[in-house]
Design a protein around this ligand. Structure first.
Ligand code: BES
Ligand code: ZN
Ligand code: ZN
Length: 488
């Protein structure tokens, strides 16, 4: 799909997306053929509220389908609300098999509209068009070919480019997460990171098990031990600001399958556990977006990738691990494996990559869903600047995130008798599993500015969303990109 910048002549549309505002009356120009229909369905109090309506008409020997989006007061709507409406309209176009669509943003916005909002709305077009049909034997793809943006503004080209790069990063993340685990092994994830690196001039280094051993990443290695698919540590380096030595590290949880290990998960939880590398996927997707848009920042991605499985050699509850940091960890649950691999990855980022700040992203706790529901990610941080940055990033992008407290009063729940810390508060009965996961990670950040994003409830949608079919959502790419873009 491509977005065209306000092509005036020669665009043969088969669909027209017509947003209009009911608050300001019917200012929108509709073709005479459908004027009476339009008057009939709009402004009716008794009508079933439906924000999207379509009607097809014959105009100059061609059938054109109009997709009306009824918006109340446009200026009172949030970016997210507008993004959802646009995504619904594009989904409607797709369902009707429309290929070349005019997007009449001139109906509802003036030239001074917020640039980030425009980017979001254009991104909705790409995201709603996404499909993952690799494993369907009789799949027919029905992609949108082009969208003509009917809107006058000088900087549209740059905004289209940003939307396209953001969507591309999100779709890379979706593809990686949607792949089943017999394909998406740690080795494959590393290969994909390498080929992305080649495409966008990122330096990519892959460490295999032997090299990981040399760094004494024993918490990471313990999780990986139970599988014949050996671990990889993926490091991607982007230097957008050679004048500076400062760098931000993005650390992504890359569990390509989480069985829970000996603390085995219940049957119903297992089928989607190939998605437990969604943090890693978001980081890889964000690196693509960052590199494509040439942000003037230095960003390093560190991704511990492995499987959490059961075998004769797998780690067990009660084991004590000596992490790369030197801190010892008592394993209470082999299902709290994400924080183990992240602990070592954080130490690696600090000590080997000289991270000045760390943002980690992970499908860490099922409890995130209880705290915030399945549309909003949780973040926790030891640093006010990063907290403000996450809030700003969330308000700019259409990805919702909300801060939870790093409540030190809960910390005794992960105190261990035999080791420095334990990986689960099993039995302590304090609740707050998302907070406890973050408190565990905090023990490894050596007081450096750090922010943890828990995306367990938002990375996968079993119902599908206006901007994402059932499956991986690619959540996090937008947030990470905006955080890097707006960091000082
Ligand atoms: N990968 C899971 C978290 C998860 C749950 C992701 C549901 C996506 C959907 C993680 O490794 C896990 O099992 N966490 C445990 C931690 C507990 C044992 C301390 C959890 O949240 O129950
Ligand atoms: Zn787990
Ligand atoms: Zn997990």
């Amino acid at each position: 799909m491509k977005i065209l910048d306000n092509v005036k002549d020669g665009f043969t549309e088969d669909g027209v997306i017509m947003p209009f505002s009911t608050a300001k009356g019917l200012t929108v120009q509709v073709p005479s053929e459908i004027e009476s229909y339009f008057k009939h369905v709009t402004g009716r109090e008794d009508d079933e509220k439906s924000d999207i309506r379509t009607i097809s008409v014959l105009q100059h020997d061609r059938v054109i389908t109009y997709v009306f989006i009824e918006l109340e007061d446009v200026s009172a709507l949030t970016k997210r609300e507008l993004f959802l409406s646009l995504a619904k309209a594009f989904t409607a176009c797709k369902k009707q098999g429309l290929k070349n669509i005019s997007l009449r943003l001139d109906n509802v916005f003036t030239e001074t509209v917020d640039a980030d909002l425009l980017v979001q709305l254009l991104e909705a077009a790409f995201l709603a068009d996404y499909e993952f049909k690799k494993y369907k034997s009789n799949a027919t793809e029905s992609r949108i070919e082009s969208v003509n943006l009917v809107f006058d503004r000088a900087d549209l080209e740059g905004l289209i480019e940003e939307a396209e790069a953001l969507a591309a990063g999100t779709m890379v993340a979706r593809d990686l997460v949607n792949e089943p685990s017999m394909y998406m092994t740690p080795e494959q994830l590393a290969k994909d990171a390498l080929s992305l690196g080649e495409q966008y001039q990122l330096e990519v280094e892959i460490l295999d098990e032997k090299q990981i051993e040399r760094f004494h990443m024993n918490a990471f290695l313990a999780v990986a031990r139970g599988s014949i698919n050996k671990p990889r540590l993926i490091v991607m380096r982007y230097r957008g600001n050679t004048a500076s030595e400062e760098n931000i590290c993005l650390v992504g949880k890359g569990i390509t399958f989480d069985s829970g290990g000996y603390s085995l998960k219940p049957t119903a939880s297992l089928p989607t556990m190939h998605a437990d590398m969604a943090g890693a996927a978001a980081v890889i997707g964000a690196m693509e977006t960052i590199a494509r848009l040439k942000l003037k920042k230095n960003v390093i991605a560190v991704i511990p990738a492995c499987e959490n499985r059961i075998s004769e050699d797998a780690y067990l509850p009660g084991h004590v691990l000596t992490s790369m940091s030197g801190k010892t960890i008592e394993v209470i649950s082999t299902d709290a494996e994400g924080r183990l691999v992240l602990a070592d990855a954080i130490t690696y980022a600090l000590r080997e990559e000289g991270a000045d700040a760390i943002i980690d992203i992970a499908t860490l706790t099922g409890g995130a869903r209880h705290a915030l529901g399945d549309k909003t990610a949780a973040y926790l941080t030891n640093d006010e600047t990063l907290s403000d940055l996450a809030k700003e990033a969330s308000s700019i992008s259409s990805e919702k995130a909300w801060q939870l407290p790093l409540d030190q009063e809960l910390k005794p729940a992960i105190k261990s008798i035999v080791a420095d810390v334990k990986n689960s508060a099993l039995g302590a009965n304090v609740g707050g599993s998302t907070i406890l996961g973050a408190l565990f990670l905090e023990a490894f950040v050596e007081n450096k500015p750090w922010l943890h994003l828990d995306i367990a409830s938002v990375a996968w949608s079993s119902t599908g969303l206006p901007y994402s079919p059932k499956g991986a959502t690619g959540f996090g790419v937008n947030l990470l990109y905006q955080m890097i873009k707006h960091a000082n």
